[in-house]
Design a binder for this molecule. Structure first.
Ligand code: NAD
Ligand code: WQD
Length: 366
C-alpha cells in the first residue's frame, strides 16, 4: 500500500524527475503531468530503471483545467501536488513576459482551481531564491533568511513571488471558509520552497539535466566547455566585493533538493501548518572562480575562461540561511558542490546527447 499518491507537474524536467524518483523510492505513488515543453519522456524510463517503479504519465498542459480535472478523476487517491511545471529562463522572461505570466501564474491558478474542485489539498511549490532579489540592500541579510523582504528584479522572479501570494491566499481562504462552515479545514496546506542554485546529476550517470535549448546556467555551461562544445566560459564580472571578485551562489545538489521536497510534503501531511516558506540551500557560498576550479579538478584539466562585463540583473551574493529547513524539516544538504561537479561530469561525459542517446552499457549494468 502506497504512503500516498502525489501529482507531480513537470515531473520529467530536471528537478521534477529527481523528486519523482525520491517519492517512488520512499513509497509514494506518482502521477506526472507535463507538456514536455522542455523535457523528454525518456526521463520516465530512467526513473523506472533506478527505482524499479514507473510513475503514471500524462502529457497535459498545466494551463488546461479540464485535462487536469480528468487526471484527478482517474486518480482519486491523489491528495497532494508538487508543482514544478513552469518556464524558467530569466532573460527570456523579460522578452516574452505575457507568456511567462500565462504559463507560470495562469498555470498555477488553473492547477489550484482544479485542486479545489477535486478536493486535493496539499501543494508543494517550486519557488526560487530569485524572489529575494538583491538581499545585500539590507543589513545582516546574508546568508538570506526567509524573513528577508521579497523583491524580485526580473519577470521570472515576479511570477514566482506572485504564485507564492496566490497559493497563500488560496490556502488561507479555503481554511477560513471551511472553518466558518464548521468543516475540517486543516487539510489545506502549502509549502513554498525557495531553491538556491540546483546542480549536479544522479551518481549513476544515467539521469541528469537535459535542457532542450542552449543552457545558460554556470555548471551546464562549464560542462559544454569540458566537452568541447564551447571554447570557453565567459565569467560575468570580477569586480564584485567578494573574496576573488566574482559573484557568490549557494550551489545545491539536485539529489539533496529532491529530498527537500519529500520532507516538505511529509511535513505538510503530518503537521498541517497552513502555508510556510523554506529556503533549500546549503548555507555555503561559492564564487564563480571556485566553481571553475572545482569543475576543472573533476575533469582533470584547466577549463578555459575569459572575464567579461557583469551580466545585467546579477547580484553579488545569494547564499541561503537554511536554519529553518534544518530545524523544522530536519533536512540539510548532505552532498557538497564538489560532489555535484563530479556527478554532473559523469552525466555529461557519458551522455553528451542527454536523453537523445542510450547511456554506455557499463553504466546501465552497474
Ligand atoms: P525544467 O524546465 O527542467 O522543468 C520544468 C518542466 O515543466 C519541464 O518538464 C517542462 O516541460 C514543464 N512545463 C513547462 N511548461 C509547461 C506547461 N505549460 N504545462 C505542463 N508542463 C510544463 O526546469 P527545472 O530546473 O526542473 O525547474 C523546475 C521548477 O523549479 C520550475 O518551476 C523552476 O522555475 C523552479 N526552479 C528552478 C531552478 C533551477 O535553477 N533549475 C531554481 C529555482 C526554481
Ligand atoms: C551563477 C553564477 C553568474 C553563466 C539562475 C536564476 C535563478 C535560479 C537559478 C530559477 C552567477 C555566473 C553564469 C556564465 C558566469 N533559477 N555565470 N558565466 O543567475 O545565480 O540563478 O538560476 O529559479 O532564478 O536567476 O545562476 O547559473 O546563471 O549563474 O559567470 O556563462 O555564475 O554571473 O554569478 P543564477 P547562473
Amino acid at each position: 500500500m502506497a504512503v500516498g499518491t502525489v501529482l507531480v507537474t513537470g515531473g520529467t524536467g530536471y528537478i521534477g524527475s529527481f523528486t519523482t524518483l525520491a517519492l517512488l523510492e520512499h513509497g509514494y505513488d506518482v502521477v506526472i503531468v507535463v507538456s514536455l515543453y522542455n523535457s523528454s519522456k525518456v526521463a520516465v524510463d530512467r526513473i523506472e530503471l533506478l527505482s524499479g517503479r514507473r510513475p503514471d504519465f500524462y502529457q497535459v498542459d498545466v494551463t488546461d483545467e479540464k485535462a487536469l480535472d480528468d487526471v484527478f478523476a482517474k486518480h482519486p487517491a491523489i491528495d497532494s501536488v508538487i508543482h514544478f511545471a513552469a518556464l524558467k529562463a530569466v532573460g527570456e522572461s523579460g522578452e516574452i513576459p505575457l507568456e511567462y505570466y500565462r504559463v507560470n501564474v495562469g498555470g498555477s491558478i488553473a492547477l489550484l482551481r482544479s485542486m479545489e474542485r477535486n478536493n486535493v489539498t496539499n501543494i508543494v511549490f517550486s519557488s526560487s531564491a530569485t524572489v529575494y532579489g538583491d538581499a545585500t540592500r539590507f543589513p545582516n541579510m546574508i546568508p538570506i533568511p526567509e524573513h528577508c523582504p521579497i523583491g524580485p528584479t526580473n519577470t521570472y522572479g515576479r511570477t514566482k513571488s506572485m504564485i507564492e501570494d496566490v497559493i497563500t491566499d488560496c490556502v488561507n481562504a479555503q481554511r477560513s471558509n471551511l472553518k466558518k462552515a464548521g468543516k475540517p479545514f486543516e487539510q489545506w496546506n502549502g509549502a513554498l520552497l525557495r531553491y538556491f542554485n540546483p546542480c549536479g546529476a544522479h551518481p549513476s550517470g544515467i539521469m541528469g539535466e537535459d535542457p532542450q535549448g542552449v543552457p545558460y546556467n554556470l555548471l551546464p555551461l562549464l560542462g559544454k566547455v569540458a566537452t568541447g562544445d564551447r571554447e570557453k566560459l565567459l565569467v560575468f564580472g570580477e569586480d564584485y566585493a567578494s573574496r576573488d571578485g566574482t559573484a557568490i551562489r549557494d550551489y545545491i545538489h539536485v539529489v539533496d533538493l529532491a529530498k527537500g521536497h519529500l520532507v516538505a510534503l511529509n511535513y505538510l501531511r503530518e503537521n498541517k501548518p497552513g502555508v510556510k516558506a523554506w529556503n533549500l540551500g546549503s548555507g555555503r557560498g561559492s564564487t564563480v572562480f571556485e566553481m571553475i576550479k572545482a569543475f576543472s579538478a573533476v575533469v582533470g584539466r584547466d577549463l578555459k575562461y575569459e572575464v567579461v562585463a557583469r551580466r545585467q540583473g546579477d547580484v553579488l551574493d545569494l547564499t541561503a540561511n537554511p536554519s529553518l529547513a534544518n530545524e523544522e524539516l530536519k533536512w540539510k544538504t548532505e552532498l557538497t558542490m564538489e560532489k555535484a561537479c563530479e556527478d554532473l561530469w559523469r552525466w555529461v561525459d557519458n551522455n553528451p546527447q542527454g536523453y537523445r542517446q542510450e547511456p554506455p552499457a557499463e553504466l546501465l549494468a552497474a
